[in-house]
Design a protein around this ligand. Structure first.
Ligand code: 6PG
Length: 251
């Protein structure tokens, strides 16, 4: 099933959904997958790039990477980015940077030069989005982007800070935009766009729990244009999209 966005010329990607009996199994498998992808990237080039998801789910994966794969890679060569960020201070409990810093960057001693936070504390959110886009374009050039991009999914099918029916979802040119939303607090966020995610070599989703079941079913088995228009259904990638889900979300 091509989970490309409507009208997107994204490649026709085979559907790869991996259902695990519980969160532990799910995160163990996802951690092995991430390390495999990053190791392949480091075999091809001096550095790899990994875009992290926000929210609460990634913490379990990060902890698994630290516990079981700290020596699997030269993590200093893995450049970490964010799929989205809340416009809050970096020490806020709502900060995706803070969560990743505490559970991944510090435990793995990833150097600051390999970490690329979104400018969440800037007062001018649109200028901050444009500044981060300049950083991404300078880092990646015009050709490709993340070796691996990780995404969660909300109960409404949102990914990153791309919410159903909101303007950022329709962005076709910019890679980073500011959104103001009532769909999920905090309201002000910076997010990568669908064209940005589409430049990733590999995208993988990590999600679980019964609360995600309906949205996941709609995305994987779309019945109408409304289902096909859900943000998670419109994500594309250059080579593959893999779903790591648990039984509670995918009975
Ligand atoms: C954010 C996230 C968001 C998240 C989903 C799932 O910054 O809020 O990027 O897109 O991935 O809302 O969140 P949970 O993992 O907490 O269920």
């Amino acid at each position: 099933m091509n989970t490309g966005s409507m009208g997107n010329a994204g490649p026709k990607l085979p559907r790869d959904v991996r259902v695990h009996v519980n969160v532990d199994e799910q995160c163990a498998a996802a951690a092995r997958f991430v390390v495999g992808e990053l190791a392949s990237a480091l075999a091809r080039a001096p550095r790899a790039s990994f875009a992290l998801a926000g929210g609460s789910t990634p913490k379990r994966l990060f902890e698994r990477l630290v516990k079981e794969h700290a020596r699997a890679l030269d993590w200093s060569r893995v450049h970490c980015f964010f799929g989205d960020e809340r416009c809050v201070p970096f020490d806020s409990p709502d900060s995706n940077f803070r969560a990743a810093n505490e559970s991944l960057f510090e435990p793995l001693a990833i150097p600051r030069a390999s970490i690329h936070p979104m400018p969440a504390e800037a007062l001018d959110h649109d200028a901050a989005a444009r500044e981060h886009e300049r950083e991404l374009r300078a880092f990646f050039g015009a050709s490709e982007m993340f070796d691996v991009a990780m995404l969660g999914m909300g109960e409404d099918g949102h990914v990153a800070s791309l919410f159903p029916g909101e303007p950022a979802l329709a962005e076709r040119e910019r890679w980073v935009v500011h959104v103001e939303t009532r769909a999920k607090p905090p309201p002000h966020r910076l997010t990568l766009t669908l064209p940005a995610f589409a430049r990733s070599r590999t995208v993988f989703f990590l999600l679980g729990g019964e609360s995600k079941r309906d949205a996941l079913h709609r995305v994987l088995e779309p019945r109408d244009d409304a289902d096909r228009a859900l943000p998670a259904a419109r994500v594309t990638a250059r080579e593959r999209i893999v779903w790591f889900v648990d039984r509670a979300a995918h009975p």
